[in-house]
Design a protein around this ligand. Sequence first.
Ligand SMILES: C[S@@+](CC[C@H](N)C(=O)[O-])C[C@H]1O[C@@H](n2cnc3c(N)ncnc32)[C@H](O)[C@@H]1O
Length: 230
Amino acid sequence: MGFFDNMRKPQGKLGNIQLKSMNKEHTPVSLWGLKHLDIQPDDIILDVGCGGGININRMAEKAKKVYGVDYSIESVNLSKEVNEKLISEGKVEIYEGNVKSLPFEENTFDIVTAFETVYFWPDIEKCFGEVKRVLKPGGMFLIGMETNGSDNWIMKFWNHFIDMEMHNDEEITSFLENNDYSQITVYLRDGKNKKEIIKSNGSEKTVDDYYNHVSVSDRFVQWVTVTARK
Ligand SMILES: C[S@@+](CC[C@H](N)C(=O)[O-])C[C@H]1O[C@@H](n2cnc3c(N)ncnc32)[C@H](O)[C@@H]1O
């Protein structure tokens, strides 16, 4: 299993090293994505494709309970390690599982998050339906991506090596619409000008976004967060 395959499904020692690196390298885009979630103390959250588990750790600071799921045993193991204390306190649970068929009852979660993972989901539209099944009515699905499609020289380069499908915000929106999600809102980061473009209900506005986590990635690629309700 090589470096590029490990982005899709981390395995072995190299997979573990890459997951630890992702916990660090994805921090700017993940924290920017999390800005768009208003986590309440009663919330039960599921992080799908949880990778190295750092986002579970962050969300558990505010939520009642956070679950993580990933189809890579390497990801499950590291997520358990990173959240060891919270697991012993009963605040976090991590499971091995595929987003195609989540190992949870319907209407279970207030929030489902997916950071840097939807590129790898098989039949993404169907998977969005599976996420909806486990969301409570009115629950929120948040998708975080470090690129708006592959129409960018950096992403074209990555796409050449990694087996992944990068969708833009319009495609993500249509997958959500086809699953009858409501209140779909797209947030696009304009890192160069420290602005954020917000698309919702067919209208678009630009607001200041002085988010300043050290990162060069938002100068070259457009970050995307999409939220939608069941
Ligand atoms: C690039 S990593 C991102 C990890 C983490 N969310 C982050 O932001 O750092 C993608 C993760 O999604 C997981 N993944 C990919 N496809 C999946 C699927 N069909 N079901 C569950 N997990 C999946 C991979 O195993 C990997 O841990």
